[in-house]
Design a protein around this ligand. Sequence first.
Ligand SMILES: NC(=[NH2+])NCCC[C@H](N)C(=O)O
Length: 224
Amino acid sequence: AQTIRFATEASYPPFEFVDADNKIQGFDVDLANALCREIGAECTFSNQAFDSLIPSLKFRRFDAVMAGMDITPEREKQVLFTNPYYDNSALFVVQKGKVANIDALKGKRVGVQNGTTHQKYLSEKQADIQLVPYDSYQNAILDLKNGRIDAVFGDTAVVNEWLKQNPNLAALGEKVTDKSYFGTGLGIAVRQGNTELQGKFNAALDKVKADGTYKTIYSKWFQQ
Ligand SMILES: NC(=[NH2+])NCCC[C@H](N)C(=O)O
């Protein structure tokens, strides 16, 4: 069978994380495995720094990137995306009672992961916020809990997961859905020109959406 090598950055539950047995798990992994079953391919996952995913894909170290990655016009200049597989938005998280509203984040320190749409959005749209870049969102949340930073900005489903694990954290303000950063949804990236794999993924996505597999996987990982 064909082998499809996926790369991700696995500190991003519920999309992807490393479990107690050192296995990469999550919504993206379950969905990728369902797609691979449709395609009749063998799939492998490896864990990389988020900002190295697109460069490594271009260098042919992997065949596909599935990492809670937003489809953006800027990334589309470098890679080819499948149709969106998840509707995305972004949200701030703070220590409960510490920050009144998004305006109050002016001059404050906000953690983001390097290479993400969150980093780009804040640097371009919220220049008054002091950005603190992290290699992983796990480290950003640790610093938020320790009070080294004032907020973290991440994908809504991931923020909801942090809120579940940390009763002392709270969401701040409304979801951000600016189309040029977060609006188009998450996609699987393949190399420019690899329309063959893109086509297989899209056909498999249609299939798992139609036969209920997608819904089952979705309900396993996201609270309704
Ligand atoms: N696996 C991860 N750490 N993903 C971070 C994704 C963040 C954001 N959705 C982006 O595309 O830039």
